[in-house]
Design a protein around this ligand. Structure first.
Ligand code: CA
Length: 221
C-alpha cells in the first residue's frame, strides 16, 4: 500500500515511517497542509494518516481536499489528547477513524490493516514454527500448552510472530508494542519475554522466543 503521512513532528513521523516500512508499506510524508495537498494532487495513495495541528494550517483542510476530490480514500486522524473534541466533527467531515497520541506501532498497524482499501480476507490464526496464535481470542498454543494472553504479552508475541525468523532489537519491540513515548533504557521487553516463556515453553525444549546475544529476540519461522 502507498500511504501518505501528514505530520509535522519529526520524531513521530520517523517512528511511523520506519514502522510502516518495516511492514512493507510505501510511505510518503508531508509536513504541512500545502505539501499534503500537493502530494494528493500529484500521486495516488491508498490511505492517509493525518495529524491535525500543522504549521501552515489545520488537518481538516487536508481532509476537505481529499473528500472534495470525491475520493473514497481512507483517512485516519492522528490526534493529541487535547484535540479529542475535534473527533466528532472530523468523523462528520469524513475521516474514517482516529488514533490518539501517543500510540504504539501495533495499534497503528491494526488500524491501517482495518482500513486497507485492498484488504484481503485475513486469517485469524498466526503460525510460526510450532507456535499458533489466535488473533481474535488472543490464545497462544504451543504443543499441548495453551494460554490466554493479556494485552501486552499478546502484542509482543504477535509482533514477534509476524516477523518470524527476523531478529528484533529491544528498541524495535519497544516501539512496536509500547509506543514511542517509552524509555529506551527500560528492561520491560526482557520482563515480558520472561512472562511468555514461563507460559509457553516446554521443559527440555528450546524456548519459544530465542535470545540472539547482543542483538535481540527471535521467534523461529
Ligand atoms: Ca502537529
Amino acid at each position: 500500500m502507498r500511504i501518505l503521512l501528514v505530520e509535522d513532528e519529526d520524531r513521530i513521523a520517523s517512528f511511523v515511517v520506519k514502522g510502516l516500512q518495516a511492514e512493507g508499506q510505501t510511505v510518503e510524508r508531508a509536513s504541512g497542509v500545502t505539501e499534503a495537498k500537493y502530494l494528493l494532487s500529484e500521486r495516488t495513495f491508498d490511505l492517509v494518516l493525518l495529524d491535525l495541528m500543522l504549521p501552515d494550517g489545520h488537518g481538516s483542510e487536508v481532509l476537505a481536499t481529499v473528500r472534495a476530490g470525491d475520493r473514497d480514500l481512507p483517512v485516519i486522524v492522528l490526534s493529541a489528547l487535547g484535540e479529542v473534541d475535534d473527533k466528532v466533527s472530523l468523523l462528520d467531515m469524513g475521516a474514517d477513524d482516529y488514533l490518539t497520541k501517543p500510540f504504539s506501532m501495533r495499534e497503528l498497524s491494526a488500524r491501517v490493516r482495518a482500513h486497507a482499501r485492498h484488504g484481503q480476507a485475513v486469517s485469524h490464526t498466526l503460525v510460526a514454527g510450532d507456535l499458533e496464535l489466535d488473533t481474535r481470542t488472543r490464545c497462544a498454543k504451543h504443543g499441548a500448552i495453551s494460554a490466554d494472553l493479556p494485552t501486552r504479552e499478546y502484542a509482543l508475541l504477535e509482533y514477534l510472530m509476524r516477523h518470524a525468523g527476523q531478529v528484533l532489537t529491544r528498541q524495535q519491540l519497544l516501539d512496536a508494542v509500547w509506543g514511542f513515548d517509552f524509555d529506551t533504557g527500560s528492561n520491560v521487553v526482557d520482563v515480558y519475554v520472561g512472562y511468555l516463556r514461563r507460559k509457553l515453553d516446554i521443559p527440555g525444549e528450546p524456548s519459544v522466543i530465542e535470545t540472539v546475544r547482543g542483538a535481540g529476540y527471535r521467534v523461529r519461522a
